[in-house]
Design a binder for this molecule. Structure first.
Ligand code: ACO
Length: 703
């Protein structure tokens, strides 16, 4: 989306309100009143066919008659009138339309929505909405909305798909003490979408953190790209994670790919930090908008109370920053700022006696230690100390230390005095919270931001050369036969073209050929029915394992055919696959779906009961780098099994990393063809001994 257009839309120099009304209580009145009341400095033009003056401003009967240029128009006329108004705005060369009106795609009138987008694009305009509350900006004193007031001033900016949530957040900025520069309601996203605003806000000089409330993205890959390019922290709260179109999917992967997991993976890949709920969105946004990223894992906690120290310690472990003891020299120095019975290990317990000076000395010294990557300062209100003085002491200590690149969060637990001390700290750029675990969670967000920044900088290049043409030739033959399902042999040919190690598999059409191929592969072998109409081969009695000699090949051939005929008389049977019998290893599963939002998406997990019962799987949007693939191995609960438990040697993680990386490139490159695929099971051997894809499945998109 063109930056010039977005500037005009969101930071307009002149603005019209089409549908301005003189009737208090109407949205057209409120928007105009808000623009005036909040101190918008640009020119405001109310448009109304019958009025002559509203709220002291001259009214124009239509936008075309306004003299001079208009950057943005807020539209507050009923939906049926919007197409005509958009046309007139186009003729007037307006750049951005803020369409508050409801009654478009959200209520079944997609046609009307498409019509206004077409007209807007015809005239080179962009649309925010429709079905929005509007847009607000503290730095521009712009309240082009029907939200009651500008939010508490701050450095974060929020984009929300829910208008109601914008209004709720607007008020809560004051009660929660979390400031925002801009609040933008995006509604139906008929034109300008979340990715466009992420890119725009990334360049906005008044925004240091981009905060998002997302119900559903339209173009997931565009969002990932925007996240990857951003230079500022992005935090997202995703709602509606319970019912994602998983039910209709035929594969394991499909049924396991709920929105929470796929969105979670996509956010991680886009470098987007997640909020667990609305409260967490506020808390994390505050820290991310005020503090630098935490560049290492060493967190130091300074406290005057054991209880809050323990709460913070528990939280540190829970949120992935387990505390370590401070180095001896740091402990020795810190001991100077506490009584004999204090503790300098970590948490640094200055004890209830701690006054302003001890806090000052401890904070100033600790933040400057190279060992310390981030600091949480806790304080419980005591009768001997003044919270405001402690807050000033902390601020002064940080200033005097000269250290600016390390994050600090604070929690003051107490009453009104503590609350006002925290207000002071926030104004001074130090995020402060009423509970110690929240201060730690906010610090964890700063650590996560740093980790994600490094993660997204890894290039996702394939780990092995691939032969896309060979894979497509297999798919073409399947299509020519009017099929959507590849046989196991065909699926393995495609896998093999992408460097995935498969078990040697040959097709026998006759019993005699089966014997010959079994001899060629070497006993023992596995025999499996090959039919595009039988997906679940074992259920059909179509699999025999550990066939050790010629006589058994004859028996197996006949019984597999008979079973298959019994199972599905009309099934087209290509023959019987003769396969090398891979030695048993740890079973893992790999799968892919074509996610409606993000496209080709892959899943990895331990096979068997782990995937069936525990659903112990992890997801990524394709492609993944080798580094991301290796992280996927560590994400499942069963990770210790791969690392080697109870004297078992570790599994070949390197081979698994390559497998995941290559598989992700396969599903992406063939994304126009593959609907779903599985490698299940994959048998993984001990370190250095590789792995084998034992069974493979590919289902093509319907064309
Ligand atoms: N040009 C300019 N003004 C016009 C035109 C025109 N072509 N035609 C009519 N008007 C005037 C009307 O005369 C009226 O002014 P008046 O009060 O002086 O007569 C004004 O525009 C508004 O028109 P009304 O017909 O009175 O419409 P009303 O104000 O009742 O509703 C609205 C319009 C608010 C856009 C409504 O249709 C709507 O969509 N409401 C929902 C909006 C909403 O909630 N959006 C956010 C969703 S998110 C959330 O839920 C929080």
């Amino acid at each position: 989306m063109d930056n010039v257009l977005l500037n005009a839309l969101l930071r307009p120099e002149t603005i019209a309100v089409v549908g301005a009304s003189s009737v208090p209580g109407k949205i057209g009145y409120t928007v105009l009143d808000n623009l005036i009341k909040c101190g918008y400095q640009g020119k405001i033009y109310p448009i109304n066919p019958t009025a002559t003056e509203i709220l002291g401003l001259k009214v124009f009967p239509n936008i075309i008659e306004v003299p001079g240029k208009i950057d943005a128009a807020v539209i507050t006329v009923p939906a049926r009138l919007v197409p005509q108004v958009v046309e007139e705005c186009g003729k007037k060369k307006v750049k951005g339309l803020i369409i508050i009106t409801s009654g478009f795609a959200e209520s079944g009138r997609r046609d009307l929505e498409e019509q206004i987008v077409e007209t807007a694009h015809h005239y080179g305009m962009c649309i925010l909405g429709p079905n929005i509350v509007g847009t607000l900006s503290n730095s521009d004193k712009l309240n082009a909305s029907f939200a009651p007031f500008l939010p508490l001033n701050g450095k974060a900016s929020l984009v929300t798909q829910s208008g109601a949530l914008l209004i709720a957040i607007d008020a809560a900025t004051y009660t929660r003490n979390v400031g925002f520069d801009k609040l933008i309601s995006i509604g139906n996203m008929a034109d300008v979408n979340i990715a466009d605003l992420v890119i725009w806000l990334d360049e906005d000089p008044n925004t240091t953190c981009i905060s998002l409330y997302i119900e559903g993205l339209k173009d997931g890959r565009q969002f990932i790209d925007a996240g990857l390019k951003a230079h500022k922290p992005i935090i997202a709260l995703k709602s509606g994670v319970s019912a994602h179109g998983a039910a209709a999917a035929a594969s394991h992967t499909g049924s396991l790919a709920g929105a929470a997991k796929v969105y979670g993976a996509a956010f991680q890949q886009a470098g987007v930090i997640q909020a667990s709920d609305l409260s967490n969105l506020f808390d994390r946004t505050l820290a991310l908008s005020l503090q630098p990223p935490m560049k290492g894992d060493n967190l130091i906690i300074i406290t005057n109370g054991g209880g809050v120290g323990v709460l913070a310690t528990d939280a540190a472990e829970k949120y992935g920053l387990p505390l370590k003891f401070a180095p001896e020299d740091v402990q020795t120095e810190l001991k100077k700022y506490m009584p004999e019975f204090g503790s300098a290990k970590n948490p640094i317990d200055l004890t209830g006696q701690a006054g302003n000076e001890w806090y000052y000395d401890a904070v100033r010294y600790a933040i400057a230690q190279p060992w310390v990557d981030g600091m949480v300062v806790l304080y419980c209100e005591t009768a001997m100390t003044n919270p405001t003085e402690i807050a000033h002491g902390i601020k002064k200590a940080l200033n005097d230390s000269g250290i600016t690149g390390k994050p600090v969060t604070v929690s003051f637990v107490g009453g009104e005095k503590s609350a006002s001390a925290m207000t002071y700290l926030i104004k001074e750029g130090i995020p402060a919270y009423a509970a110690p675990d929240v201060a730690v969670n906010a610090m964890a967000a700063l650590r996560e931001y740093d980790n994600l920044r490094h993660m997204v900088s890894e290039a996702a290049t394939p780990c092995a050369p691939s032969d896309q043409a060979a894979a497509r030739a297999v798919i073409r033959r399947v299509r020519e036969e009017g099929r959507n399902t590849l046989t196991e042999i065909e699926a393995k040919q495609v896998f093999s073209a992408y460097g995935l190690p498969i078990t040697k598999t040959l097709l026998a059409r006759t019993e005699a050929e089966a014997v010959k191929l079994a001899q060629k592969i070497g006993f023992p072998v596995v025999m499996k029915i090959v039919s595009p109409d039988i997906l679940h081969k074992s259920d059909a009695g179509g699999v025999k394992v550990n066939i050790k000699d010629e006589a058994s090949v004859h028996d197996a051939f006949r019984s597999i055919l008979a079973n298959a005929r019994n199972y599905k008389a009309e099934a087209s049977i290509h023959g019987i696959a003769i396969q090398e019998m891979a030695p048993w290893g740890t079973e893992v599963i790999l799968g892919s779906v074509n996610d409606p939002t993000f496209g080709p998406t892959m899943m990895f997990g331990l096979g068997g009961i782990f995937v069936e019962v525990l659903k112990d799987v992890t997801f990524r949007v394709a492609p993944v780098s080798k580094g991301q693939a290796m992280r996927m191995l560590g994400e499942i609960r069963g990770a210790p099994i791969l690392a080697g438990v109870r004297g078992e040697s570790p599994r070949d993680r390197e081979a698994m990393g390559n497998l995941l990386c290559n598989y992700s490139h396969m599903i992406l490159e063939l994304g126009d063809e593959i609907a779903e695929s599985d490698a299940n099971p994959v048998l993984v051997y001990e370190e250095g001994k590789g792995l084998k894809v034992v069974d493979a499945r590919i289902i093509l998109k319907k064309k």
